[in-house]
Design a protein around this ligand. Sequence first.
Ligand SMILES: NC(=O)c1ccc[n+]([C@@H]2O[C@H](COP(=O)([O-])OP(=O)(O)OC[C@H]3O[C@@H](n4cnc5c(N)ncnc54)[C@H](O)[C@@H]3O)[C@@H](O)[C@H]2O)c1
Length: 323
Amino acid sequence: MPKVLVTGGAGYIGSHTVRLLLSQGYDVTVVDDLSHGYRHNVPPERLNAMNICHTAALAELMRQTRPAAVVHFAAFIAVGESMREPERYFANNVGGSLSLLTAMVQAGIRHIVFSSTAAVYGNPHATPILETFPIQPVNPYGESKVMVETLLRWFDAIHHLTSVSLRYFNAAGADPSGALGEQHEPETHLIPLLFRAIMTGKPITIFGNDYNTPDGTCIRDYIHVNDLAQAHILALEHLMSGGATSQFNVGTGTGHTVMEVVRAVEEVTGKKVPYTIGARREGDSDALVAASGKLRQSLKWEPRFPNLRAIVEHAWGFAKKHY
Ligand SMILES: NC(=O)c1ccc[n+]([C@@H]2O[C@H](COP(=O)([O-])OP(=O)(O)OC[C@H]3O[C@@H](n4cnc5c(N)ncnc54)[C@H](O)[C@@H]3O)[C@@H](O)[C@H]2O)c1
């Protein structure tokens, strides 16, 4: 089976993808500096604790392992932090990606699947969001992903390095085995924060209930992390069989309000979520839902866990043991 190099494979989405790749017979090498990932998320013999900014070391690892393709998750991911420290986000997300692409060219590796984000669309004029909507990020995190998509266009034009940029919506859930799950520090994602509120009794603040949605709370598109992982494998197959550079939204196409997620968490856990309603968060849109037709048609992707209930059940399976 093909060899694949995964950057950021010790993090949340990366570790689920590594597990799925291994279960489908791929030979996986992980590069992660463990700045936000966990050693225990990856089989020890697969892990190289290395920063992707070290171009020469990366190129040497690629020459030794000869991967057919790279899956690139390694990045800083907190939108709010990127508004306070943009330099760190551009250095790590853009500088790190440029280093990785440079190493790939030096080692002759020709394909990459890149973790992009719905944040590249900023606050779009309509929803569901098509890949052809204007690219207009509203924070340095989203801008850093746009800049990498731009690098990828030029590396294809000049070095014939083909890529798939997957623009994820809200990754959520956990491996059904309970062995892997979401453990960001700091945590900014809704479902783990709802679990924390239940466990600590400290109310979570819901940012606004006067949006133009059925219950006034924001609508987002929650996608199960294993369905997201499978999209990477289909993207790899597309590139390795000669497919062209492309960009795809990865979401289910169905949105849920924050209050729907609160209710799902209460049903699954059997506990009340303590919460307060706070002010709107600057820059939040009413609804962000993916148009996922391009991914479904071109890569034959179908979510196995499209229901919010399954996403919350799997997330809870992990959280109750690990938080
Ligand atoms: N979680 C989401 O909902 C979401 C949504 C859209 C896009 N994304 C993107 O998906 C990717 C993975 O997100 P995640 O939620 O798994 O985050 P995560 O923080 O759990 O994983 C990122 C991993 O990259 C590693 N890393 C960071 N900088 C590195 C560097 N310079 N060298 C080596 N390793 C480095 C970290 O240690 C961590 O293990 C990111 O690129 C993120 O921008 C995530």
